[in-house]
Write a protein that binds this ligand. Structure first.
Ligand SMILES: *[C@@H]1O[C@H](CO)[C@@H](O)[C@H](O)[C@H]1NC(C)=O
Ligand SMILES: *[C@@H]1O[C@H](CO)[C@@H](O)[C@H](O)[C@H]1NC(C)=O
Ligand SMILES: *[C@@H]1O[C@H](CO)[C@@H](O)[C@H](O)[C@H]1NC(C)=O
Ligand SMILES: CC(=O)N[C@H]1CO[C@H](CO)[C@@H](O)[C@@H]1O
Length: 536
């Protein structure tokens, strides 16, 4: 079954417009980005190489103080943030005060009080620092989502997942950069500037949770909070060599972030954990899900030998998306070989033809009206901070003259939006439905599918402005509502992170979290960027 003539026409118009826009933009784009020869300093403090759950245990046992841990992270952020521009507002002095309180509490509890077990049960993350994407509210911190017109907004409350982490005893260090309105692969906006990739400063950290990806990858944080409506947890996790998990939708609250999801988007947006150590994914998800954690099967032992595995090497050749980098295909094949050798399983190689329409399905469903018949809030309206809608052509003219308060990426998206039909075509609806059915049947309650995270390794700054459709490798699983765990798989010949997505059936998040721990052992997990020696 092929696209209808009208759809082919629309899609070629869309591609033409996008290409023209971005080619035009490239004429004016700043060249090069930061100097690629500068590198992050190596991590010297051993506390920065300890998983969050182990840090919490050490703090409870008074093997280390929370103040020491928090100070170690503050020092590291101060060392690397001038290079990566990932944290945009800190709360270091409050964090140190809170750490001192934690240390006093631990002293009281363990010296004669109920002791370690009670603390572990009630406050599993006691004394451990964490970071938060700026799009979430964190009391006392800005929540602008990179919009100049939201400058100076200060959150009075905590978004529910942030509040739950705090209630578990974790201490926020500050908020991190994201793309303008959380809708781009480059974490860049007119308020906070451009965030860099810790493995190669001239490259992007991905988006929209790119500040989180960068600060975590650079060793400036151990656990963080991100959100994902098209890959915004998984792309930055991939580009920065860390773990990220997009949960089953509805499990972790999406309240307290800007922009709010509208139309059908609440079913696609997911808030979830990002971290450097695989073992932290599950306890973080358990905390962030609050009472909903009971709906997931998080306490059961997963026997990897009993799972069924599938490997899909690419999307089947969408004309909109570029082919997958051979190094990523090789990395995925190495996972297949290890699984077969270690677990004695047979990994089935598959092609899933509907994946070819991933971008069209994502675009159509994101623009579709909600169950109440209401259309989602237009991007051009969000750009105006829900005031009067921006007019993309005018905004572009302003941009060229240097007066626009928006990034070209946002202006480009508002332009593309003008061409996006608000009702998905029958063909696209059919593709989505059959893909949903096929994948749910395939995965059941014991299936794990390996799929590339993105067609490319972390691109250079501004480069992805030519490549707006490539995120469809992640975006399709938002529409399908399937949980996905992003896992690092070592480094490429250029010293850039490799990785893979693990896709599970609905509510089967625990399978991906268990697989992440296995893959970390098998492939080494996160690496200190200073140890990544580029051979090219
Ligand atoms: C951001 O902070 C402002 C206070 O300046 C608040 O009114 C708004 O609700 C916050 N945003 C979100 C998404 O909660
Ligand atoms: C929970 O997970 C375990 C191990 O994967 C499985 O055996 C069990 O059937 C699952 N229970 C539910 C309710 O899905
Ligand atoms: C996807 O990315 C590649 C390389 O970055 C680019 O050549 C290709 O044009 C992109 N696809 C589209 C349709 O933008
Ligand atoms: C490079 C850049 O623009 N950095 C900015 C990040 O945000 C902070 C806080 O607003 C600014 O002080 C930096 O100049």
């Amino acid at each position: 079954m092929a696209l209808t003539r009208f759809e082919r026409f629309l899609s070629s118009v869309l591609r033409g417009v996008v290409r023209m826009l971005f080619a035009f933009f490239q004429l004016f784009a700043p060249r090069g980005g930061p100097d690629g020869s500068k590198r992050l300093p190596p991590i010297t403090n051993p506390l920065l190489r300890v998983p969050a759950m182990r840090l919490a245990q050490m703090i409870r046992r008074r093997e280390v103080s929370s103040v020491e841990v928090v100070q170690a992270y503050i020092d590291r952020i101060q060392d690397i943030n001038p290079l990566i521009n990932a944290m945009v507002k800190d709360r270091f002095s409050q964090a140190l005060q809170e750490a001192a309180q934690v240390d006093r509490l631990v002293d009281e509890e363990t010296g004669g009080g109920a002791g370690e077990e009670v603390l572990e049960d009630k406050l599993p993350l006691l004394g451990v620092p964490f970071t938060v994407k700026e799009a979430f509210t964190l009391q006392g911190m800005p929540n602008s989502t990179g919009l100049v017109s939201r400058r100076g907004m200060v959150s009075g409350t905590d978004a529910p997942p942030v509040a739950l982490l705090k209630r578990a005893g974790a201490i926020p260090l500050g908020v991190t950069n994201c793309s303008e309105l959380c809708m781009w692969l480059e974490s860049h906006n007119r308020l906070y500037g451009v965030t860099n990739n810790p493995y190669a400063l001239e490259r992007i950290p991905g988006g929209s949770s790119g500040g989180e990806g960068s600060i975590l990858g650079g060793g400036g944080s151990v656990i963080g909070v991100g959100s994902d409506v098209g890959g915004s947890i998984r792309m930055p996790a991939f580009f920065n060599g860390i773990f990220g998990h997009k949960p089953t939708p509805g499990v972790v609250s999406n309240e307290g972030q800007f922009p709010p999801a509208s139309g059908l988007q609440p079913g696609f947006l997911c808030t979830g954990p990002m971290c450097r150590y695989a073992q932290d994914l599950l306890p973080m998800l358990r905390v962030m899900a609050g009472l909903n954690a009971d709906r997931l099967n998080l306490s059961s032992e997963v026997d990897l030998k009993k799972l069924r595995f599938f490997s899909v090497p690419h999307d089947g050749g969408s004309p909109l998306v570029s082919p997958v980098d051979p190094q990523l295909i090789q990395a995925q094949n190495r996972v297949v070989e290890r699984l077969e050798a270690d677990l004695g399983v047979k990994v089935e190689q598959l092609k899933i033809p509907q994946l070819k329409y991933s971008f069209q399905i994502w675009g159509a469903m994101m623009a579709a009206p909600g169950k109440d018949g209401k259309l989602p809030i237009m991007f051009a309206e969000l750009m105006a901070n829900q005031g009067k809608r921006v007019w993309p052509v005018w905004e572009m003219a302003k941009w060229i003259l240097g007066f626009s308060k928006h990034t070209m990426a946002a202006i480009g998206l508002a332009t593309v939006e003008m061409f996006q039909p608000t009702q998905p075509s029958q063909f696209i609806l059919q593709q989505r439905e059959s893909l949903q059915k096929d994948l749910e049947e395939l995965l059941g309650t014991d299936g794990v599918l390996l799929y590339p995270s993105h067609p490319h390794l972390a691109p250079r700054h501004h480069h992805p402005l030519f490549t707006p459709f490539n995120f469809s490798y992640t975006g399709i699983f938002n529409i399908l509502g399937l949980p996905v765990t992003q896992c690092p798989l070592g480094l490429s010949t250029e010293g850039l992170p490799l990785g893979v997505q693990l896709v599970m059936g609905k509510m089967q998040d625990h399978l991906g979290l268990a697989m992440a721990v296995y893959l970390e052992q098998a492939f080494g997990g996160w690496r200190d960027p200073a140890e990544a020696s580029p051979s090219a």
